[in-house]
Design a protein around this ligand. Structure first.
Ligand code: AMP
Length: 282
């Protein structure tokens, strides 16, 4: 596996790879969820590139940028074992050189839910991804359903700005108790970790209550009462899968979404539902 640290090195490296080229952007501290994205890329593409970059632009001033887990040596080994061809690990100066002033404004989709809890988060995500796509120039971009709103924001950016790349979304990989794998799970104390699976259970309760004909208000209440005592709820909702606008009835594809804090650690998760899956006409 070859590595690049600057934009020029990355261009030279990725340009030589066979096509189609699959690309998996990450912030490192890799887990099996990330590896699953690499596997999906491996299965579909002739070459696979990965980036590891803890993007300062997508963290708020009081967020966890400084203490975000970093394990570049461990990441390199996992990626080499998974058959990755090329790794891009830019420093902040490569992505945001002195005088950098251009940003991608993602509009309303970037200002609700995660965008409301984390102002300017999606602007940072979209800006770094625009640059990564222009440097790596992949044919297929692999994103996790785990970050469903991020995926919706990036799909919209790619459509609006006509980036020549396809998006493939990979289902969420979970721990045995349902907790979605996340680099941030390492922040949890043993007691918080023991209760963190309740976020996913609550989302499935919300989905199932809707499936049994319950109204959204009652379904959210049922989900809320499923959350463990250590959790502080940020939001539960049901949103259109593409626009992320809240919906009251399930007429098409939707996400049941939620965010909760366990101590200082904020976890997000979602469950994909279709009207079909709930046994209702689409
Ligand atoms: P991150 O390193 O957290 O920025 O995530 C990099 C990519 O991995 C994003 O597309 C995430 O949605 C995806 N991802 C993170 N966790 C999981 C998971 N548990 N299952 C599948 N994909 C994931």
């Amino acid at each position: 596996m070859q590595s690049a640290a600057t934009v020029a090195q990355a261009r030279a490296l990725f340009d030589l790879l066979p096509r189609p080229l699959g690309f998996v952007p990450t912030m490192g501290a890799l887990h099996d969820g990330h590896v699953q994205l690499v596997r999906a890329a491996r299965a579909r593409c002739a070459a696979v590139g990965v980036s590891v970059f803890v993007n300062p632009l997508q963290f708020g001033p009081n967020e966890d940028f400084a203490r975000y887990p970093r394990d570049l040596e461990g990441d390199r080994k996992k990626l080499a074992d998974a058959g990755v061809d090329a790794l891009f690990v830019p420093g902040a100066a490569a992505m945001y050189p002195l005088g950098f002033t251009t940003f991608v404004d993602v509009g309303r989709l970037g200002s609700t839910f995660e965008g409301s809890a984390r102002p300017s988060h999606f602007r940072g995500v979209a800006t770094v991804m625009a640059k990564l796509l222009l440097v790596v120039r992949p044919d297929v971009l692999f994103l996790g359903q785990k970050d469903a709103q991020q995926t919706a924001v990036l799909r919209t950016m790619i459509r609006d700005l006509a980036f020549p790349v396809e998006v493939e979304v990979v289902p969420t990989i979970r721990e045995r108790d349902g907790l979605a794998m996340s680099s941030r799970n390492s922040y949890l104390t043993a007691e918080q970790r023991a209760q963190a699976g309740s976020l996913y259970r609550a989302l499935t309760v919300l989905r199932d209550t809707l499936a049994q004909g319950g109204v959204k208000h009652d379904a959210v209440a049922a989900a809320r009462s499923t959350l463990s005592p250590l959790a502080t709820l940020d939001y539960f909702d049901v949103v259109d899968a593409e626009t992320f606008e809240p919906v009251d009835r399930l007429d098409g594809a939707a996400f049941v979404i939620g965010a909760a804090r366990f101590g200082r650690t904020r976890l997000i998760d979602n469950v994909y539902v279709t009207a079909d899956a709930l046994g209702k006409p689409a």
